[in-house]
Design a protein around this ligand. Structure first.
Ligand code: ZN
Length: 411
């Protein structure tokens, strides 16, 4: 049988799984996997459910947990379910188990942790982010198992923790503690972002740089500002001085939206509680998304120099400290994973995919830092993290077919 005939059979088979996709979403939505940073119980219950399910299908499932005292059992699960192929090179599909909290419950029309089906829409926290990744990868594998098809490459479904709060106990843990799992020949697909018409394959992220700026002046009574050094006034001037960054790092790269680097002042810590005190300490944060063409060390140096110069005019000192930094080379548009997805999207959806960069940060960045080409793709409704999050059943079916197409390719 040719590859084309095989794919047709698998695609047809997937068409009969729509009720199973809904049922799986219902099970996943009801298992609240909010991480402990956000006051939740963690991913344990959802991981146990999926591990039992996959073992029931006859798959070998390994766990590579990250220790965490804050959750029951003391560890955060990172599962890998294996489907042996004819060759050892792997196709990874990496989805995350955790969900963000529902947020303001009053903004939801229904209980966020009970699945509601309305036509093509499946509502509930996590249905898109990231149960869609879980459901499409599991269902694509199930179709191969039910039809007794051995894929050319070995398939590895990774179900990881902690994506929503930094991935240190999830994908970053796997890469740090178990680097032997991944090889440069592997295709790595992260179904966790995309666009509504299925054409966006994310291949690059801007480098991420979060900085904490601490301005130290001298507190005094507001009626005698001459006795102090006002850190808030200095802070305002520092923010204005940092506008210069956009002019010093002006390159544009059409792979990204927006095409230029961005340097946004965001969080500001509270200073004095009363109006009649001149503050002596102010802390603000800068969120920088920098094109990979630039070196982050250079950006940090310019933030320090521009900020210090502005603060010094008010007798205020400035300390700049990184909160988070992340950078890695883009995945080449010619990379096999991008090409395989492009062919699959053309076949299933009849559209031409557009490889592009985004502002960041998905877990793909951790792979790219290790020189492993990863591509982020799925079909989204753009309701992730929002009240009344939903995914489309038709997207689950189409995206499962895209993954199946990639799984069946011989090259
Ligand atoms: Zn996500």
């Amino acid at each position: 049988m040719t590859g084309k005939d095989l794919f047709t059979r698998v695609a047809e088979r997937l068409g009969t799984y729509q009720q199973q996709m809904i049922d799986m979403q219902r099970e996943l939505v009801s298992r609240v996997a909010v991480g402990p940073n956000e006051g939740g119980p963690g991913e344990g219950e959802k991981a146990a459910f999926l591990s039992d399910l996959l073992r029931g299908w006859g798959l070998k499932v390994e766990n590579f947990p990250a220790p965490d005292d804050r959750v029951a059992g003391g560890e955060r699960p990172n599962l890998v379910a294996w489907v042996p192929g004819r060759r050892p090179e792997k196709i990874w599909v990496l989805s995350h188990l955790d969900v963000v909290p529902p947020g303001e419950e009053a903004l939801w029309d229904y209980d966020p942790f009970t699945l509601r089906v309305d036509g093509d829409r499946l509502y509930g926290r996590g249905t898109e982010d990231n149960h869609q990744g879980i459901v499409i990868s599991l269902m694509a594998v199930k179709a191969l198992l039910d039809l007794d098809i051995t894929p050319p490459r070995t398939l590895a479904l990774a179900l990881v923790s902690d994506e929503e709060t930094g991935s240190q106990m999830g994908a970053a843990h796997l890469l740090r503690e178990h680097p032997q799992l991944f090889g440069p020949e592997d295709l790595i697909i992260v179904p966790d972002a995309g666009n509504p018409d299925s054409t966006l394959i994310e291949v690059a992220e801007k480098s991420l740089l979060w900085l904490r700026l601490e301005l130290q002046g001298k507190q005094c009574h507001a009626s005698r500002p001459d006795l102090g050094r006002n850190s808030l006034r200095a802070c305002a001037h520092v923010i204005v001085a940092l506008e210069e960054l956009a002019r010093e790092f002006p390159l544009e790269n059409p792979l990204f939206r927006p095409p230029a680097s961005t340097f946004e002042p965001t969080k500001k810590e509270a200073n004095v509680p009363n109006i009649n005190t001149v503050p002596g300490l102010d802390v603000l944060y800068l969120d920088c998304r920098v094109l990979p063409e630039y070196d982050l060390a250079q950006v940090k140096e310019r933030v320090r120099a521009l900020g210090e110069e502005a603060a010094r005019r008010f007798g205020v000192s400035l300390k700049v400290a990184p909160v988070q930094e992340q950078s890695g080379p883009p995945t080449a548009i010619e990379a096999p994973v991008v090409q395989a997805l492009t062919r699959a999207i053309r076949e299933v959806y009849g559209r031409e995919a557009k490889p592009r960069g985004i502002g960041g940060g998905t877990v793909a960045a951790f792979f790219r830092q290790q020189g492993l080409p990863a591509a982020v793709w799925m079909t989204v409704t753009h309701t992730a993290h929002q009240p009344n999050e939903f995914c489309l059943l038709s997207n689950l079916l189409g995206d499962a077919r895209v993954l199946a197409h990639v799984f069946l390719e011989e090259e």
